[in-house]
Write a protein that binds this ligand. Structure first.
Ligand code: FES
Length: 89
């Protein structure tokens, strides 16, 4: 049976967009096509996490939701790592 695609939402709300979300939208340029193929990637309006107090290094924009779990401070490198893990889970 075909595995369900990983549900990925890149936040493109203002805070995330200006702090790196825009770079993540270029995912076709830096993600392995095989990973892209196994994900359902879309832009999302504010995921509503930016309004809460930032606590640590990984708790700042840009945010990405992967199968419902929200990750912060997602650089292109971190995005590659998170999605590689998600598709192989
Ligand atoms: S703008 Fe991304 S969580 Fe609010």
């Amino acid at each position: 049976m075909q595995k369900k695609k990983v549900d990925v939402k890149i936040c493109v709300g203002t805070a995330c967009f200006v702090q790196g979300g825009a770079d993540l939208l270029l995912y076709n340029d830096f993600l392995d096509p095989e990973i892209v193929e196994r994900c359902e990637i879309e832009g999302s309006s504010c995921l509503d996490v930016c309004k809460h107090v930032a606590a640590g290094e990984n708790d700042k924009p840009p945010y990405v939701s992967i199968d419902g779990k929200v990750y912060g401070n997602v650089t292109q490198d971190r995005f590659i790592k998170l999605l590689s893990e998600a598709v192989n889970a």
